[in-house]
Every structure is written in C-alpha cells, then in structure tokens.
Ligand binder design. Structure first.
Ligand SMILES: Cc1cc2nc3c(=O)[nH]c(=O)nc-3n(C[C@H](O)[C@H](O)[C@H](O)COP(=O)(O)OP(=O)(O)OC[C@H]3O[C@@H](n4cnc5c(N)ncnc54)[C@H](O)[C@@H]3O)c2cc1C
Ligand SMILES: *[C@@H]1O[C@H](CO)[C@@H](O)[C@H](O)[C@H]1NC(C)=O
Ligand SMILES: *[C@@H]1O[C@H](CO)[C@@H](O)[C@H](O)[C@H]1NC(C)=O
Ligand SMILES: *[C@@H]1O[C@H](CO)[C@@H](O)[C@H](O)[C@H]1NC(C)=O
Length: 443
C-alpha cells in the first residue's frame, strides 16, 4: 500500500475540480489540454516509462482538425501534416474505381483540412501542449485497481490517488472498462490481421510518380483484404497498411515483426504497382485487429468515473475514424466540464456526455463494420455491383465510399463537438439550477 494519497483533497481546490486521467494516449492528452484550459487540476497517469508509438500514419479528418484548432494547436500540428489531394480507390487488380478530391474540397466545405500525420508526431504535440498547459503527466505510472464509488485508484507500485473525477482513457485493452463492467472484457479478434509497412521515402522517390502519385491517399480493395497507402512527408516515410484475413485457428497477437515474403505471396494477384511498392519494403509489423463489445454505459452512477476514447468505443479502422472519435469524446467531455463549479453537478453532466456521444460512436462503429465488408468483397456479383456503382453513379446514400456519401460526410465532418456540448450545457440549465438552489446531492 502507498503512504500518502496523491492529491489535494478532492472538491476543495479553488481552481475547479481535481481530475485524474488514466492513459496518455490521444484521448487522455486531448482531455488534459481542454480541462487545464478550463482551470481544472489534472494528473495524467501513463503506464509506459516513455512515449513510444507502434504504427505509422493516422488520418485527421476535418472534424479532428476543428478540435485541434479549439485546443489551440492546429498551426503547430500543420507543420507535421500532409494534406492529401485525392482519395484514389482501386480494385486490387489496379483498375481505378473512384477518385475523390480531399484538398481543397474538404477545407472549402468544412472549413478545416483533411490531414495525414505520424502517430508519434500528434501524440508528442498533444503531450507537450498538455504539459505546457500545466497538466501533471506521470510516466511509468501503471494503474492496477480503481474504486469507482470512492473515485480512488491504486498504481502497481501501491501509490494511491483520489480525485473528484477519474477519466478512463486507457485504450482498447482497458482496465478502466473492466472496472466499470465488473468483469474482464478483453477485446476479441475481428478476423483480420493488419500489416504496417513503413518504407523510407528515399527508396520510393526514384519510382515517382510512375508508381504512385504521392500527394494522394491510395486504397486497393481486394478479396477479404484491402490496402491503404500514403506518404508522410514530414517523416520521410511511405505508410502502407494492408489488412489480410487471419489464418484459421491463429492466436491473437500484439505488434510483432512479419515475414515480407509471406505478405508478397498473398498479394501475387494484385496491381503490379502495389507489388512493386511491397518490394521496396524492408520490414513490416503485424497485429490482430481487435474489436470490443458495445457498452451500455460509459459512466459510473456515482458520477465520478467516465470512459473516453478507445476504452469506451474502439472502432474498426476501415473508416479511419478511431482517433477522430477519441478526440471528439475527449473534447465533448472537457467542454461540458468548462463551467462546472461543484462536484455535485457531475452525475448530470456525465449523463449529458453519454447522451451526446453514445449514438455517435455507435453509428461510426457500425459504418466502420459495414466498410469492412464493402472494401473486402470477394470477386463475384456483389463486387461487380460495387464497382459498377463506383464507376457509374453519383455519390448518394449508401455509396460504397462513405467519405463521398453526402449525408454521411456531412454527419461525420461538419460535426462540431464543442458547439454541440455548449448547446447541451446551456439547455440543461445545470448552471442556473446550481446557482439558485443549495447543493442537491441527488443531482
Ligand atoms: C491499424 C490501425 C489503424 C488506425 N488508423 C487510424 C486512422 O487512420 N485514423 C484514426 O483516426 N484512427 C486510427 N486508428 C485508431 C486510433 O489509433 C485510436 O482510436 C486512438 O489511438 C485511441 O486513442 P486512446 O487515447 O483512446 O487510446 P490509446 O491511444 O490506445 O492510448 C491509451 C493509453 O493508455 C495507456 N494505458 C493503458 N493501460 C493503462 C494503465 N493500466 N495505467 C496507465 N496507463 C495505461 C496506454 O499505454 C496508452 O498510452 C487506427 C488503429 C489501428 C489499430
Ligand atoms: C471503495 O472505497 C470505499 C470508501 O473508501 C470503501 O468503503 C469501499 O470498501 C471501497 N471498495 C472497494 C472494492 O475497495
Ligand atoms: C469525425 O468524423 C468521424 C467519421 O469521419 C466520426 O466518426 C467522428 O465521430 C467525427 N468526430 C468529430 C470530432 O466530429
Ligand atoms: C463557459 O463560460 C464561458 C464564459 O462565460 C463561455 O464563453 C463558454 O461558452 C461557457 N461554456 C459552456 C460549455 O457553456
């Protein structure tokens, strides 16, 4: 057991609430920045001793760019991003099926750009900003258990922390989610394995633009498999993500080196240009793509514990929206907590948060699942119909590229998490209720 509990007395801080965040991933760090900007005291506990990133590129759609602007770091982030010109969708044989302009179209339509960035860069930028806003980030601090009703937690070292509010932001493998559920809940295999290949740009450069048009995001739709590739200029790497079916009876694996020859032989029938790209790779990592079960609630009834990010709503990556959803939940929560004056307001606020977020996360998760099927159709009638729609039809509802489906695009990218949260807070009358009435412990 630890000796002193690591916090000022909850609820007595003169500057807002005392909040502990579990996990310094994208959602935990984004929440830390927003909460610090509102004057709350924030401690972030991260199990790893240093910031390390497995994986390479992530996409920051317009709605993520908007949040980064609201957090005050969009200009810094832009120094590390690429704004892709087009999304180019091809069949795995190489036929171009569909081309969608992203830059400048997305910026013009949604006021914010679609960007590509290296995970390590975005995480470091959020980390630095959280620190400079005064969040205390403790590395090598792995949380072991959480007492939800008391809002206390214990590290593996035995140190204890108490808070007005604990925010679980510990990702897909989440002890925070398990504490809330009251049982273990490991993510399960989705049946696909992801391969990440990061090719140094200098190896690709001699083959440009014959092999690939560098300012674009390229996708190849294959049978039970698909690939996405783009250049991350600032990092000088070509990022390829290839999804292939898990072999029968294989065990779930975390990131580990993959055999390039095996990958190449599985893509023997693919676009020769894609195969040439694969031939330029020198190494690859692979891991099982996991999925989590839908949760009924992300909060504890005490109102002092809440989940954000992948711990609450990990999504399959086929829409490239996981990081966007994580930033969105983090920012919705910190906006709702902007003007809170009393811990007694927390239960009602957390209810608002889940009312805003659960339906949105559910729809995104569902659409990502649908995408899994659409972009991995085996050769046959359904695949031919998909390709015909791509070639011949104007994007409409249910278009096989959801990024171009006008209704869904609007829903995804016009969404302003901050404005929505602000309106919800105003409509809830929580602030007025608090100032007129004495403390209502049942609130
Ligand atoms: C193959 C793949 C491709 C993807 N591509 C995209 C993409 O293009 N665009 C996109 O938007 N998203 C993408 N994502 C998803 C995106 O990476 C995640 O949605 C996002 O990182 C979630 O952020 P998070 O903060 O919730 O969790 P994480 O980033 O996983 O962070 C959780 C943190 O909590 C820490 N932690 C865990 N347990 C404990 C503990 N007990 N104590 C203390 N700390 C703990 C972990 O060490 C980690 O730092 C992709 C994901 C995958 C797998
Ligand atoms: C949680 O904390 C409360 C208050 O300190 C205590 O009464 C309770 O026993 C704790 N629960 C667990 C499971 O440790
Ligand atoms: C951003 O869009 C993605 C889908 O593109 C959606 O899943 C996510 O909820 C949106 N996030 C924000 C901040 O609007
Ligand atoms: C909190 O108060 C500030 C200043 O009055 C205001 O600008 C902001 O919109 C408020 N936030 C919310 C969520 O209502």
């Amino acid at each position: 057991m630890g000796n002193a509990t690591q916090s000022s007395k909850p609820g007595t801080s003169s500057h807002g609430l005392h909040i502990v965040i579990v996990g310094a991933g994208l959602s935990g760090l984004a929440a830390a920045i927003g909460l610090r900007r509102s004057g709350h005291t924030v401690i972030v506990l991260e199990q790893t001793a240093e910031l390390r990133e497995v994986g390479a590129g992530i996409q920051l759609p317009a709605n993520s760019s908007r949040i980064l602007d609201q957090l005050g770091i969009l200009e810094k982030v832009k120094k590390f991003t690429v704004q892709p010109r087009d999304l180019v969708i091809r069949s795995y044989k190489g036929e171009e099926l569909y081309r969608q302009n992203l830059c400048p179209a997305i910026q013009e339509r949604f006021q914010y750009p679609h960007q590509l960035i290296h995970r390590a860069d975005i995480r470091r930028l959020l980390f630095d900003e959280a620190r400079s806003q005064g969040a205390s980030i403790r590395l090598g601090a792995a949380v072991r258990t959480i007492n939800l009703s008391a809002s206390q937690l214990e590290l593996v070292t035995g140190e204890l922390y108490a808070a007005d509010l604990i925010i679980g932001a510990d990702g897909e493998h989440s002890i925070c989610r398990e504490s809330l559920l009251g049982h273990s809940d490991p993510p399960l295999s989705s049946g696909d394995v992801v391969y990440r290949l990061a090719i140094p740009a200098y190896r690709v450069a001699p083959h440009l633009p014959a092999l690939i048009d560098p300012p674009c995001v390229h996708a190849w739709y294959g049978p039970n498999s698909h690939a996405v590739c783009y250049q991350l200029l600032k990092n000088g790497i070509f990022n390829i993500v290839l999804t292939l079916p898990e072999s029968e009876g294989a065990a779930t694996i975390g990131p580990r080196p993959a055999d390039l020859d095996t990958i190449r032989s599985q893509c023997k029938e693919w676009d020769p240009k894609f195969q040439q790209l694969l031939n330029l790779a020198e190494s690859s990592l692979k891991w099982t793509l996991l999925q989590t079960k839908e949760m009924e609630s992300w909060t504890h009834h005490s109102g002092r514990f809440v989940l954000i990010g992948d711990s609450a709503h990990a999504t399959l990556p086929y829409l490239a929206q996981g990081a966007a959803l994580a930033l969105e939940s983090a920012h919705t929560l910190s906006t709702l907590l902007q003007n809170i004056s009393e811990p007694t307001q927390l239960p009602a606020l957390l209810d608002l948060y889940t009312q805003l977020r659960i339906p949105r996360a559910r729809r995104t998760r569902q659409r990502s699942k649908d995408m899994h099927d659409i972009c991995q159709l085996v050769d046959g009638p359904a695949q031919r119909e998909r390709d015909r729609v791509f070639r011949e039809e104007e994007p409409g509802e249910g278009f096989p590229n959801p990024w171009a489906d006008p209704g869904f695009q609007e829903w995804m990218w016009a969404y302003d998490a901050e404005a929505v949260a602000q309106r919800a807070w105003e409509e809830s009358n929580l602030e007025q209720r608090e100032s007129k009435e004495p403390r209502n412990p049942k609130l």
